[in-house]
Design a protein around this ligand. Structure first.
Ligand code: ATP
Ligand code: MG
Length: 357
């Protein structure tokens, strides 16, 4: 059945990296018989400049009408002084909440060809393959009440609220256990149950869900310890499931263990498997427009799209192998360059992946 993919390039290097992912999608269509249509839309700062809002109605309608969304990146110094309600990042948050993309999957995989890119010792990180499952539409980032108020004595007080419903915890835990079944069959749930009541509930509900997956081994960890363990002995983790804010922090930490921010994809899924796919890195304004950005994170996001939204694991694996092939060939964008390798542009890297496919 024909699948519709919304292409939202966004800002900074967004247009350069999504162009390479579009090449890959086109090749999958041509050579692998994937029945796709692609349609582009504006988001982020680019959308703000053109329409006065970072998430125009047209874009939201396109996202709602698509089976999957490929997003480049949003934001940049140009828009940093804008009111928070129209900042580029609001475009992303708007899509996430409108489409109820509650499950954020962030693999942290270290390609063996890039072991040297990590700041950690090879024996600590080689073979690293963690999947962080972050709750994305609840928790403190969305909880009400929130704001800054003036107290009677004139002092200002800022406040946010950390809330989770049982149903929100249950569905994210189910995603984590389902993925663990296809991987190493271990889930580590990260909370702060010794201090926060809401994460005490989190722990209880995760324990309940675990009963539905007797083959999966469940452990619990406090977030401070998890941060330490991620850096000390990251290979102990298979699937990590956690709240919105803890996941935000831990997934960036896990990403940096691999040392190559330009290599890591992500998926944000709804209950039906529809999803938004994007590299974990930002719009990299410092290198935008130079043709040197690494497109592999975005290309690997396409592989996740094939696997999680289109249920096409064979071409997904094929695409991931093609990325391995270009690394074996020694092709490197500057961010992953090391002596003896061939430095290539964004476009040449995309072409090489298509060729390897
Ligand atoms: P955000 O707030 O959107 O996460 P950020 O400011 O945290 O953005 P990035 O935009 O991800 O950070 O950039 C961080 C650094 O990594 C920059 O030096 C940038 O040039 C580099 N970088 C990010 N993505 C890539 C990429 N695809 N290829 C090469 N370098 C990249
Ligand atoms: Mg960042």
């Amino acid at each position: 059945m024909r699948k519709k993919v919304a292409i939202l390039a966004g800002d900074g290097i967004g247009s350069e990296i999504t162009a390479e992912a579009v090449k890959v999608l086109a090749a999958l269509q041509e050579h692998w018989g994937l029945d796709l249509v692609m349609e582009s839309g504006l988001i982020g700062g680019a959308a703000y400049d053109a329409t006065g809002t970072p998430l125009p109605d047209d874009t939201l309608a396109l996202a709602q009408d698509s089976d999957a969304i490929l997003l480049g990146a949003v934001g940049g110094p140009k828009w940093e002084t804008l009111d928070i309600s129209v900042r580029p990042e609001k475009g992303l948050l708007g899509i996430r909440s409108a489409l109820k993309l509650f499950a954020n999957l962030r693999p942290a995989i270290l390609y063996p060809q890039l072991v040297g890119a990590s700041t950690l010792k090879p024996e600590v990180v080689s073979g690293l393959d963690i999947m962080i499952v972050r709750e994305l539409t609840g928790g403190i980032y969305f909880g009400q009440p929130r704001g800054v108020r003036c107290l009677e004595n004139g002092e200002r007080e800022g406040f946010n609220t950390l809330v989770y419903k049982e149903s929100e915890i249950r569905r994210i835990a189910q995603v984590a256990f389902t993925i663990a079944m296809k991987r190493g069959r271990r889930v580590c749930s990260v909370d702060k149950a010794n201090v926060l009541e809401v994460t005490e509930l989190w722990r209880e509900v995760v324990n309940e869900v675990a009963k539905e997956f007797p083959e999966v081994e469940l452990s619990h960890m406090y977030v401070d310890n998890a941060a330490m363990q991620l850096v000390r002995a990251p290979k102990q983790f298979d699937v990590v499931v956690t709240t919105n804010m803890f996941g935000d922090i831990l997934s960036d930490c896990a990403a940096m263990l691999t040392g190559s921010i330009g290599m890591l994809p992500s998926a944000s899924l709804d209950q039906s498997g529809k999803g938004m796919y994007e590299p974990i890195h930002g719009s990299a304004p410092d290198i935008a427009g130079q043709g040197i950005a690494n497109p592999l994170a975005t290309i690997l996001s396409v592989a996740m799209m094939l696997r999680y939204s289109f249920n096409e694991p064979a071409p997904a694996t094929r695409l991931e192998k093609a990325v391995g092939t270009v690394l074996d060939q020694g092709l490197r964008t500057p961010d992953i360059y090391s002596p003896g390798m061939s430095q290539v542009s964004t476009g040449a890297m995309g072409d090489a992946v298509v060729e390897a496919l």
